[in-house]
Design a protein around this ligand. Structure first.
Ligand SMILES: *[C@@H]1O[C@H](CO)[C@@H](O)[C@H](O)[C@H]1NC(C)=O
Length: 317
């Protein structure tokens, strides 16, 4: 704590999973590399197939494409660096690199919360006003809604990152996490951070609660509308169009709230890392899988695209 010990920190060290034996780290490396490649492929495939197939030009697939785009961004910010730390060759991250990573993590994270809410609203309009769906969700409205979902990420990420990185850092520069998330970096600050912590908690609650309430509202109305449908077949059909979204939303919200809203006492860094992994690495991989396996429209579009590609290949001499 001596003032003389104060040194300017120019880089951080990401501890990642360095407490684990090397063999396990190699195993994790292979696992995450595989998950990463599947995520990139799955989400790129969703983007391509929703662009290419005319049957998938409804608003729902516009938002799904946007979600896939976001997941790719979210992954690019975190996973390549984490893979580097697991190979144990590249554990340092510059001050600017750490700030940039945190900025984009918050930017994409907040955008995802709001985009999931927009997708719930889209389902609400589709199920509760099926006749006006195409008119309400026209091209312009879609684009505006998508832009509005991405927007809150800017101010939140900017305030969070500039405030946190304006604090003095001294002593250790070891970030006990696999990317520059706010709580582990905050631990390295040597200044009074009480006000920032209050801001961070209130901010997180708002960013999670507002979209969550919008989602609950949409689904309450969707449920009421579905219950009114007389035939079981009609009920099933209406529900099936929102079950994928509901599953994706639940996965994302449960894993991220478990990470950020657990009492401090039982928050060991290791369990936090595991939980973080679930929504930074695992959910982005599951989204395209959930949407394509549970949705016959996407499945059919995928097989049509594959056939087209095959046919194209057969034409080339
Ligand atoms: C997603 O929406 C944002 C904001 O409207 C837009 O800038 C971006 O190009 C969209 N991405 C895709 C793949 O549609």
């Amino acid at each position: 704590m001596a003032m003389g010990n104060w040194t300017e920190i120019s880089e951080f060290i990401l501890m990642s999973f360095s407490s684990l034996p090397t063999e396990i780290q190699s195993l994790l490396f292979l696992t995450f590399l595989t998950i990463y490649l599947v995520t990139l492929m799955g989400n790129s495939l969703i983007i391509l197939v929703t662009l290419a197939d005319p049957m998938l030009h409804s608003p729902m697939y516009f938002f799904l494409r946007n979600l896939s785009f976001l997941e790719i961004g979210f992954n690019l910010v975190i996973v390549p660096k984490m893979l580097g730390t697991l190979l144990a060759q590249d554990t340092t991250i510059s001050f600017l690199g750490c700030a940039t990573q945190m900025y984009f993590f918050f930017f994409f994270g907040v955008a995802e919360c709001f985009l999931l809410a927009t997708m719930a609203y889209d389902r609400y309009v589709a199920i509760c006003s099926p006749l006006h769906y195409a008119v309400i969700m026209n091209q312009r409205t879609r684009a505006k809604l998508a832009a509005a979902s991405w927007f809150p990420g800017f101010p939140v990420a900017t305030v969070q990152t500039t405030w946190l990185f304006s604090f003095p850092f001294c002593g250790t520069n070891k970030v006990n996490h696999f990317f520059c998330d706010s709580p582990p970096v905050l631990k390295l600050v040597c200044a009074d951070t009480a006000l920032f912590e209050i801001y961070a908690i209130v901010g997180t609650i708002l960013v999670v609660m507002i979209p969550c309430l919008l989602i609950l509202c949409s689904y309450t109305r969707i449920a009421a509308a579905i219950l009114k449908i007389p035939s079981a077949k009609g009920k099933h059909k209406a529900f099936s169009t929102c079950s994928s979204h509901l599953l994706v939303v639940s996965l994302f919200y449960i894993s991220s709230s478990l990470t950020y809203f657990r009492p401090k006492s039982n928050n060991s860094p290791e369990s936090k890392k595991l939980l973080s992994l679930s929504y930074t690495v695992v959910t982005p991989m599951l989204n395209p899988i959930i949407y394509s396996l549970r949705n016959s429209e996407v499945k059919n579009a995928l097989s049509r695209t594959f056939h087209k590609v095959l046919a194209l290949r057969n034409c080339i001499p």
